[in-house]
Write a protein that binds this ligand. Structure first.
Ligand code: ACO
Length: 406
């Protein structure tokens, strides 16, 4: 009021018929046939298949195929896809040296995005996003190499030697061995851990136009290649309001434990919005009901922790926190429920991953979704370069003032 620049009808005249939708709460950016979410009913389906069935019956590699190619693979297709991924798990020796340049205490997420970005320098044929052969080989290279890169980011952070991939193993087995094994020493794979991690990766594999996926599409819409677009997506995932929430949840649970385990006191702080404290792992832009992924993870967390012999008092705090929140009007009226990140950290911790690796595990899971969405975007004749508009609210025209007169 009283300020010319904020006069809406004037703004409309100057900018045309532009919609202001901060955070894209109600604006679709594309048509997509990959993932269906009904946020009110708590439904998630990949290519029409319910997440509950895929989590129970599929594998991460098969689900990756489904997301990228649109159908469940035949036995021959799956065998071919799996062996193509196996052939590309090695990193170029020069790329391995890249890791030496980072400080030892570097967070593994920027290490991951930097190494993925660097793939464009090793595979320069990938730079043309309209060459289907190159898109295909880039797809396989990313799926094969991201677990190796992720394991090396971990090894770098703990100062241990890198292991070459062992291609007699499955993708998840190989990743676990490269992370927790030592060169020239046998590594005993725990089938409970392998199955649990595979299932967690399936649950993270796609989630339509979330922040990181929209980033992948936006960057790709300028015809940047797959590696550059996925690297940008990894950086978007790093933030604590998105994939970084799984790390933030565990830190929150530890903080509650260290303050005597007083859940009610913590919830009071959240409700009063003291120092901007949020209940991490709660709330979602689309789900206004229980996140179906969280429902699956909650059911398995208790069981897996038991099987791994890692009963954790933080799980009790998490369950109490959920119970208190779900009975409290603040959370009920805002439809805030646990999201995928609320229970995953406890499982990753039980598996032996340090907190800073949690978001890397999310990135490993989300990769096939990013690839599928990028490919759908690049093949869609409706795709235009992503270029949102704005409503300008700054100063109106004024004359330059000489330095001596300021
Ligand atoms: N704790 C406390 N209050 C919350 C929370 C929370 N976790 N989430 C939302 N609210 C409140 C907001 O303060 C707001 O209250 P108000 O109406 O009094 O202002 C109301 O609920 C609506 O929230 P918005 O911020 O408008 O919801 P939005 O859709 O923009 O944000 C988000 C969604 C970012 C996920 C949010 O719920 C949040 O910050 N959650 C915690 C972080 C988290 O778990 N992120 C992971 C999301 S899932 C994923 O990316 C994999």
């Amino acid at each position: 009021e009283g300020n010319d620049a904020y006069d809406i009808s004037k703004l409309m005249k100057e900018t045309g018929n532009v919609t202001l939708d901060s955070g894209f709460v109600n604006t679709a950016s594309c048509r997509s046939a990959i993932t269906y979410i009904d946020g009110d009913a708590g439904i998630l389906r990949y290519r029409g298949y319910p997440i509950e069935q895929l989590a129970e019956k599929s594998t991460f590699v098969e689900t990756s195929f489904l997301l990228i190619y649109g159908h469940l693979p035949s036995a021959a297709e799956l065998e071919d896809f799996t062996s193509r991924i196996r052939r590309h798990t090695l990193l170029h020796e020069d790329l391995k040296r890249f890791f030496e340049g980072f400080p030892r205490d570097a967070h593994p997420m920027p290490v991951l995005s930097s190494a993925v970005s660097a793939l464009s320098t090793f595979y320069q044929d990938s730079l043309n996003p309209f060459d289907p052969e190159q898109v295909e080989i880039s797809t396989v290279r990313l799926l094969a190499k991201l677990p190796t890169i992720a394991a090396y980011a971990y090894k770098k952070s703990v100062g241990q030697p890198f292991l070459y991939p062992d291609n007699s193993l499955s993708l998840v087995e190989n990743y676990l061995r490269m992370t927790f094994g030592f060169p020239a020493e046998p590594y005993d794979l725990d089938p409970v851990m392998v199955k649990a991690l595979d299932q967690l990766l399936i649950l993270h594999a796609d989630h339509e136009q979330n922040c990181s996926t929209s980033t992948v599409r936006l960057v790709g819409s300028s015809h940047a290649n797959l590696f550059a677009s996925v690297s940008a997506g990894i950086n978007a995932l790093f933030g604590p309001l998105h994939g970084g929430a799984n790390q933030a949840v565990l830190e929150m649970l530890e903080q509650i434990r260290d303050n005597g385990g007083n859940v009610d006191e913590f919830v009071r702080k959240v409700k009063n919005k003291e120092d901007g404290v949020k209940l991490m792992g709660f709330g979602h832009r689309v789900y206004k009901n229980y996140d179906p992924r969280a429902a699956i993870i909650k059911k398995t967390a208790d069981e897996i922790l038991e099987k791994l012999g890692k009963r954790d008092e933080l799980l009790d705090i998490a369950m109490k926190l959920e119970q208190v929140a779900l009975e409290d009007d603040y959370f009920v009226s805002r439809k805030l429920y646990p999201n995928v990140d609320f229970y995953t950290g406890l499982i990753y911790k039980a598996m032996g991953f340090p907190t800073r690796m949690f978001t890397v595990l999310f990135a490993l899971g989300r990769l096939p979704g990013w690839i599928a969405q990028w490919r759908e975007m690049i093949e869609d004749p409706e795709t235009k370069i992503g270029r949102p508009r704005q409503l300008y609210i700054g100063e109106t025209a004024r004359d330059y003032v000489a330095m001596t007169q300021r």
